[in-house]
Design a protein around this ligand. Structure first.
Ligand code: SF4
Ligand code: FES
Length: 250
């Protein structure tokens, strides 16, 4: 099939950028979306043009590197699917597809569809870890964990840090991401001793990074490829309020 692409081209963070039209004939329905972009890029290179820059790594939905806005929706039309797992069979001959980078002040465009997501790394560095000396591997059943907590923690740990939640939010809020990372550790006994400090530090870092506030629009949950739930944001607030009250009480 023949696909018409309108792609955001921007040389670097400071240049203005614009949409550029490309035609990709002979797209196979079994191609992944990124393979279709690879085909376009091979042609652009052959013609001496600058290939389209986009982020990717694992191409199997686990690393969180890929991500772009496809026809106005982060990661495109399929729910619970990263761009690298989206296939061309979900499009039809003659479709016009608009591709843009994540739009958020905290994620400046580096080039074309590639954005700088190091703000997420700084949020993790602020408290997304357990600071204990772990020693050798403990026995698997040494620390009993309630099944419900283990499952909630596991669900939160599924966050791949892609940033689609920020891109979908009209406030560019990072609360779904930050709350998933806090929940993942705070729900487990290993993370519990630092849960208040973690919530305070990670929320403080999030606030420093130019992300907006949450106003319960819930677009983040709708586009998240890993189905991270809004309830994580409620849990983050609870832990943050408890921590703030404990801090005030001295
Ligand atoms: S919460 Fe979902 S959309 Fe946001 S970074 Fe994690 S996986 Fe991506
Ligand atoms: S390239 Fe790793 S999740 Fe898409």
């Amino acid at each position: 099939m023949r696909i018409i692409l309108h792609i955001w081209r921007q040389k670097n963070t400071d240049s203005p950028g614009k949409m550029v039209r490309y035609e990709v004939p002979d797209v196979d329905e079994h191609m992944s979306f990124l393979e279709m972009l690879d085909v376009l890029n091979e042609r652009l290179i052959e013609e001496g043009d600058d290939p389209v820059t986009f982020d990717h790594d694992c191409r199997e939905g686990i690393c969180g590197a890929c991500g772009m806005v496809i026809n106005g929706v982060p990661h495109g039309p399929e729910r619970g699917t990263t761009v690298c797992q989206l296939h061309m069979r979900h499009f039809k001959d003659g479709d016009e597809i608009y591709l843009e980078p994540w739009r958020a002040r905290a994620f400046p465009v580096i080039k074309d569809l590639l954005v700088d997501r190091t703000a997420f790394d700084r949020i993790i560095s602020a408290g997304g870890f357990i600071s204990v000396s772990t020693g050798s591997a403990p026995d698997g059943n040494a620390i009993p964990i309630r099944k419900e907590d283990a499952e909630l923690s596991m669900d939160a740990a599924a966050c791949i840090g892609c940033g689609a939640c920020v891109a979908a939010c009209p406030n560019a809020s990072a609360m779904l991401f930050t709350s998933a990372k806090i929940s993942h550790l705070n729900l487990l006994p290993q993370g519990a001793p630092e849960k208040h400090e973690r919530a305070l530090k990670m929320v403080a870092q999030m606030n420093q990074e130019n992300f907006g506030a949450c106003t319960n629009v819930a677009e983040c949950e709708a586009v998240c490829p890993k189905n991270i739930k809004l309830e994580n944001i409620a849990r983050m607030f609870r832990h943050w309020i408890e921590a703030s009250a404990a801090e005030r009480a001295g």
